[in-house]
Design a protein around this ligand. Structure first.
Ligand code: COA
Length: 237
């Protein structure tokens, strides 16, 4: 039988956790950044995001300086059904930051997942990388993952900071470092928090989409007006 007590308690915990996380990240505004799960429709924006990374950042992200074709084939190969891709959009629907949580293809290791992330250079230092890590961690937990991996170059201080702060263990092997984070099992709090965050992010995205479509419409109206004005001022003989 459904008992409302634990449900309301977990729901309250989800709200509390959400706002506590906010303060842990120092700035409320930072933590309120909506992170949404991306589907195949977002592939062109994912590709544009990755292709706008500098060669150095591509090297940090993929472990080699991927060229545009390699990035295109990485995006084409994304499995949106099995894996989870998260993104942060600005109001012009430019993908500022994205993360790929890849689940193991080997059923023997189905309690493991790997995390990869990138943030556009002008949007760094605002906590987006850390927020995406937290979001991916929560999703991984809810999917029954108990061990999350991040491969990073040992020089990648920002990525290592994110993983370390979340409690990951680091194994350094020369220029490479591997971080692994043990995750607790999912509970009602983690499930409700994820539902709440996803719902908020979807709403935010649709508002941005409508605003962007409305701006496009205004532009067309503006162009038509301009055309009419010019035709009036310079009537054809
Ligand atoms: C790594 C990356 C995702 C970090 O994104 P970000 O949004 O700037 O990170 P955050 O703002 O959340 O900062 C995370 C931590 O790193 C620190 N940091 C950020 N930039 C840093 C830098 N250039 N040098 C040292 N530390 C840095 C922050 O102070 C913060 O540490 P704190 O929590 O102890 O304060 C981003 O730099 C990036 O996209 N790099 C290229 C791709 C890449 O390296 N991906 C990771 C491998 S998969």
């Amino acid at each position: 039988m459904f008992s409302p007590g634990p449900f309301f308690q977990a729901s309250w915990q989800a709200w509390r956790r959400f706002f506590t996380l906010s303060w842990q990240h120092h700035r409320l505004v930072q933590a309120l950044v909506p992170i949404r799960s991306l589907g195949p429709r977002h592939a062109p924006r994912i590709q544009a995001h990755l292709q706008s990374l500098s060669p150095g950042d591509r090297y940090l992200r993929f472990g080699y300086a991927a060229n545009d074709e390699q990035i295109a084939s990485y995006v084409q190969g994304l499995d949106f059904e099995r894996d989870e891709i998260f993104g942060i959009y600005n109001r012009r629907l430019e993908l500022l930051a994205m993360a790929h949580l890849a689940f193991s293809v080997d059923p023997q290791f189905n309690s493991c997942a790997e995390f990869g992330v990138s943030v556009l250079a002008p949007a760094r230092g605002r906590g987006y990388g850390a927020r995406l890590f937290d979001r991916a961690t929560m999703h991984a937990r809810n999917e029954g993952v108990s061990l999350m991996f991040v491969h990073a170059l040992s020089q990648n201080t920002a990525m290592l900071n994110i993983a370390r702060r979340a409690g990951a263990k680091m194994v350094r092997d020369g220029p490479d470092s591997e971080c692994h984070l043990r995750l607790p099992p999912a509970d009602m709090d983690s499930r409700l928090t994820e539902l709440f965050e996803e719902h908020m992010a979807q709403t935010d995205y649709h508002l941005k989409l409508q605003a962007s479509q409305f701006r496009d419409l205004l532009k067309v109206v503006q162009e038509v007006r301009q055309g009419v004005r010019e035709a009036r001022n310079h009537p054809s003989p």
